[in-house]
Design a protein around this ligand. Structure first.
Ligand code: NDP
Length: 292
């Protein structure tokens, strides 16, 4: 049986360290502020945003939540973003995705001041990440990288495959692992012989959105498996959360594996707070604490 990578424990410990840094900033009269904008009433987004606001306050940061009507126009949303761009009490802005159809997501993401773009999705931050220049890094891949470094210490020379090429997970994950000197394969829905590709790798990051698609038999013995997937399914009449990896079988082969829930999920919010702290330190020309 493989080692379980406890993302919840790691995220709690990261939040404690962030909280201590926030206390030190407060002694300098600096209070990090995070604003989250939600458009519409999607229940999953609502739960997630409430959780973000709760955690933001728990670490001592200033938390603002803006809730806009489902029918809000793109221009109205851009006005709210602009207000937050110039608001001195706000260091991080996050627009909860997906947005309703009438709003162009790219135009909203790229209207956020890149220095406050704590989701790391702005084209400037994407370019900086791929150019190995300090940037705000998308939270989920950043959390995966932290878990991998904590587990393996040094990733140099490891063969890594990322299954999924989205802008929010797969692509930035590839940039981060290249930055750690891994040899990286990015697979997607058009990849041929996926199971053979997966089997060649020391690290597998699954970000597909298909429940338990990556089978245990595809995993190289001893590999480290990071399961980003969050899928709500019904099994034996009960609702449950599963990842993109067939956990029960993969756990028999892998060296270490993240569970779902309790793996990558908690890291995403912790990294959002991490990014807000980084953005605050940069704005105030203060040293950025190193947590990993
Ligand atoms: P997207 O739907 O944006 O991307 C999915 C990717 O998987 C695409 O690149 C797609 O390929 C690829 N893919 C789909 N089907 C297959 C297949 N059969 N074989 C190989 N590749 C396939 O998803 P996201 O990146 O946004 O999210 C991925 C998963 O991670 C989801 O379960 C999501 O819920 C979860 N997630 C979890 C987070 C967390 O906090 N833990 C945060 C963000 C996401 P193609 O490009 O060719 O279509």
């Amino acid at each position: 049986m493989s080692r379980l990578i406890d993302g919840k424990k790691f995220a709690d410990s990261l939040c404690n360290k962030i909280s201590k840094e926030v206390s030190k900033l407060k002694e300098k009269n600096v209070i990090p502020g995070l604003a989250v904008i939600r458009v519409g009433e999607d229940p999953a987004s609502t739960v997630y945003i409430n959780m973000k606001a709760k955690k933001t306050k728990e670490v001592g940061m200033h938390s603002v939540t803006k809730i806009l009507d489902e029918k809000t126009s793109g221009d109205d949303l851009l006005n709210v973003v602009e207000e937050l761009n110039i608001d001195e009490s706000i260091n991080g802005i996050l627009v909860q995705l997906p947005l309703p159809k009438q709003i162009n997501e790219d135009s909203v993401i790229n209207a956020i001041n890149p220095d406050k773009d704590v989701d790391g999705f702005h084209a400037i931050n994407t370019g900086r990440l791929w150019s190995s220049i300090d940037s705000l890094v998308p939270c989920t891949p950043l959390g995966c990288k932290m878990l991998l470094l904590n587990e393996l210490k040094d990733l140099t020379g490891k063969k890594a495959i990322i299954v999924g090429r989205s802008n929010i997970v797969g692509k930035p994950m590839a940039a981060l692992l290249i930055g750690e000197s891994c040899t990286v394969t990015v697979a997607h829905s058009k990849t041929k012989n996926l199971q053979d590709e997966v089997k060649k790798n020391d690290i597998v990051v699954a970000a597909v959105g298909v429940p338990e698609m990556i089978k245990g038999s595809w995993i190289k013995p001893g590999a480290t498996v990071i399961d980003v997937g969050i899928n709500r399914i019904e099994k034996d009449g009960k609702k449950k959360l599963v990842g993109d990896v067939e956990f029960s079988e993969a756990a028999k082969v892998a060296g270490a594996i993240t569970p779902v829930p309790g793996g990558v999920g908690p890291m995403t919010i912790a990294c959002l707070l991490h990014n807000t702290l980084v953005a605050t330190c940069r704005k105030n020309n203060l040293e950025i604490p190193k947590f990993f």
